[in-house]
Design a protein around this ligand. Structure first.
Ligand code: 13P
Length: 249
């Protein structure tokens, strides 16, 4: 049986200068049996794309504006991302939803823009601690998923990845239980299959580390990881690559 390549996405958030980013790349191990992506700050994309030419690592962005162009001071369009060689974009990260009050309507509009332009995207979803305590996880995920993806065809879904990131596990060191995450991913798959007829691969994010990455990725429905804090050190990423490459699944 051919093993589907696991996916490792580093989300650098608002970290790294050009010099730091290039020295990271210089020390980065070449992945062979996994797909490696870096969601970089806008200022680093062009240079990282050049530096990654011919290498097995894809550079993308952490956000975008939904309009093609216009009077939106401080914003970045998808055309601009494409122009500097970005290959994917994160949409609806929990920090965008909660710190920057991005609404489900805006997230849907961003998804639509990416889909119209045939650009790969990673849609991030996840419940807060309060929603989890209230037993609302499935309902929240269903709303976030369908409000963003409902209009997509099976063919359009091929350019989409989902990242399940429970808000309470992001940057907190609080680990979700891998078997619970696998069950949540199964529910996400069921929701998407029932409503859209297909389900993209689902990544997990939230305090993923060198120590715990294998515990998550050995599960069938966990297609990969979206890693924040632990992805800033190249030695950590190299160790994660090693662990994933030798994972028996
Ligand atoms: P941490 O890995 O720092 O918890 O961040 C997760 C995340 O938000 C990745 O997008």
């Amino acid at each position: 049986m051919i093993r589907m390549k696991k996916i490792l996405v580093a989300n650098w958030k608002m970290h790294k200068t050009r010099r730091e980013a290039l020295s990271f790349l210089a020390a980065l191990q070449e992945p062979e049996r996994l797909s490696l992506k870096i969601a970089a700050p806008y200022t680093l994309i062009a240079e990282l794309v050049d530096a990654c030419h011919g290498r097995e690592v894809e550079i993308g962005a952490q956000n975008m504006h939904e309009a093609a162009s216009g009077a939106y001071t401080g914003e970045i369009s998808l055309g601009m991302l494409r122009d500097v060689g970005a290959k994917f974009v994160l949409i609806g990260h929990s920090e965008r939803r909660h710190l920057f009050k991005e609404s489900e309507e805006e997230i849907q509009a961003k998804v639509e823009r990416a889909v119209v332009e045939g650009f790969p995207l990673i849609l991030c979803v996840g419940e807060t601690e309060e929603e989890k305590t209230q037993g609302e996880t499935e309902e929240v995920l269903k709303r976030q998923l369908l409000s963003a993806l409902e209009e997509l065809s099976v063919e359009q879904l091929e350019k989409v990845l989902i990242a399940y990131e429970p808000v309470w596990a992001i940057g907190t060191g609080k680990n979700a239980i891998p078997s619970d995450v696998n069950n949540t991913h199964r529910s996400i798959r069921d929701i998407l299959f029932q409503s859209l007829g297909a389900a993209p691969p689902i990544l997990y994010g939230g305090s993923v580390s060198v120590e715990n990455i294998s515990d998550f990725l050995r599960f069938e429905h966990i297609a990969g990881a979206l890693v924040g804090g632990a992805s800033l050190e190249v030695s950590n990423v190299n160790q994660m690559i090693q662990k994933i490459e030798f994972l028996e699944v």
